[in-house]
Write a protein that binds this ligand. Structure first.
Ligand code: GLN
Length: 487
């Protein structure tokens, strides 16, 4: 049951082979059985989920249902959910219950999906290993000594362990693609503006974008379809019709041109990752695609530019968490200043504080031009490189991450090495492009992800290539040892 596609689950629901209540209970049982060691789900929605599932069953009964009606899922705990805690992985919001629900969540609710709970994440989505969460780290089901990636590590680990068929995530610099790669599942971050950010707690507003985790490109497409679309409540949401993401999945990719950025395939690239990616590219080639070397001359500046722009935006966004307007309040403050200072000091973890300090620094009057303005100029150069590249190719392929999942604790005290784990993903966010990660093999028994980058609003082409690749390979069907048992 746990390895069934959404299409199969949906047919079972429609044919009344199983009810949504039973299906939801099945995955809730898997969460109870396996998540003690993984720590991927931090808030259960069991009671409300079973009510929602019963509603979905009624809809199915009455013929008023779609593909996702009755399908259980998990949401990253960055999406506000009315009536259910939204912590963003932080002590600051440990007891926060939002008065409204994020649009992306509402859309899935309207489609009839059943929220089983909220997933663990790096605090305020800052991290690449899920080790900055107030609720403790998440373990990677492929190897419990390693991290699941971050910041959406809880969603990625949960889908990898088959605790839910699909889950939401967000990606500011790689937080969907890198954990998808580390956990051997499929993840897509659409074009900036495609999914509403309303009710999604902001980290870096010009980069944040919601997306999906799933076992396959086809499942990812179904979920993304339901989440996407214009929302007047988000001024950066784009008013453009959403393509039918399922319509072209089956198209041949013959004649398509795939670009390989030479800056991503240097001698520094880990040899195991290189071989795995090259084999994946050969498979895509065997399906009739042309392969072409391209150059993104400024891409090496993406990590430094990001670590100016993202902290700058976060320092502004996180100013609202002051113990007065939002968030944790310290005990018996001496005066107002003490209240602000101690609430923020006690409520935020170290990585968040580091980002706020960097952000305040690069935005300060004396350094704004030298850092923030410069970073924005570099960002434009990076975007221009992609625009230029897409004049000659249909999609771009690369590794998703420079390594497979690393050991817990390995990079915790070395922020720069942690930041570099997003070296292949961050440029995509700076440019606002859609990107995805598809499982393409193993190195040291740990999954490797192939990153596919598309042109603006060409999610359907990306998903088409990924789906065609998954017709020729079965990496995406692999289940980590121990999690294949029924419980
Ligand atoms: N790892 C990156 C960071 O810590 C990206 C995080 C994300 O995409 N949310 O900023």
């Amino acid at each position: 049951m746990y390895n069934k596609s959404l299409q199969e689950l949906s047919s079972s629901l429609q044919d009344k082979e199983i009810s949504s209540v039973e299906l939801s209970q099945y995955f809730l049982n898997r969460i109870k059985h396996f998540d003690g060691e993984l720590n991927s789900v931090i808030t259960s929605n069991e009671e409300a989920a079973l009510v929602a599932a019963a509603e979905a069953d009624k809809r199915i009964q009455s013929g008023d249902s779609g593909l996702l009606t009755g399908i259980p899922l998990l949401h990253k705990d960055i999406f506000c959910t009315q009536g259910l805690r939204t912590s963003c992985g932080s002590k600051m919001l440990d007891n926060f219950v939002a008065p409204y629900t994020a649009t992306a969540v509402t859309k899935l609710e309207q489609a009839g999906a059943v929220m089983l709970g909220k997933t663990n994440m790096d605090e305020f989505a800052m991290g690449s290993s899920n080790e900055t969460s107030f609720y403790g780290g998440v373990k990677n089901p492929w190897d419990l000594n390693t991290v699941p990636g971050g910041s959406s590590g809880g969603s990625a680990a949960a889908v990898a362990a088959r605790l839910a068929p699909i889950a939401s995530g967000t990606d500011t610099g790689g937080s969907i693609r890198q954990p998808a790669a580390f956990c051997g599942i499929t993840g897509i971050k659409p074009t900036y503006g495609r999914v509403s950010r309303y009710g999604m707690i902001a980290f870096a507003s010009s980069l944040d974008q919601a997306g999906t985790f799933a076992k396959s490109a086809e499942d990812a497409a179904m979920m993304l379809q339901a989440m996407s679309g214009f929302d007047e409540k988000d001024s950066t949401s784009v008013n453009k019709p959403v393509d039918d993401l399922l319509a072209n999945l089956g198209d041949s990719i013959k004649g398509l041109t795939v670009g390989l950025p030479k800056e991503f395939f240097t001698d520094d690239l880990d040899s195991g990752i290189r071989e795995t990616i090259e084999t994946a590219i050969d498979t895509i080639k065997s399906a009739g695609a042309h392969i072409k070397e391209i150059s993104l001359p400024n891409i090496n500046l993406s990590v430094p530019a990001y670590y100016v722009v993202a902290p700058a935006e976060c320092s502004a966004n996180l100013s609202r968490f002051d113990g007065v307007r939002f968030g944790y309040r310290c005990d018996s403050p001496k005066d107002l200043e003490d209240l602000y200072k101690r609430s923020r000091d006690e409520g935020f973890g170290d990585e968040v504080k580091r980002r706020i300090m960097m952000g305040a620094y690069v935005l300060s009057a004396g350094y704004y031009d030298a850092y923030y303005k410069k970073a924005q100029q570099v960002r434009r150069l990076i975007k221009n490189d992609f625009v230029e590249a897409f004049k000659g190719v249909d999609i771009i392929a690369s590794p998703t991450a420079p390594s497979v999942a690393f050991s817990a604790g390995e990079k915790k005290d070395d922020p720069v090495s942690m930041y570099l784990s997003d070296i292949f993903t961050i440029g995509v966010n700076l440019a606002g492009l859609p990107g995805m990660s598809v499982p393409c093999g193993f190195v040291d028994n740990k999954p490797v992800g192939l990153q596919l980058i598309g042109n603006y609003f060409e999610e359907s082409r990306l998903l088409n290539v990924a789906h065609q690749y998954q017709q020729l390979t079965d990496w995406h069907l692999a289940v980590p040892a121990g999690y294949e048992q029924e419980v």
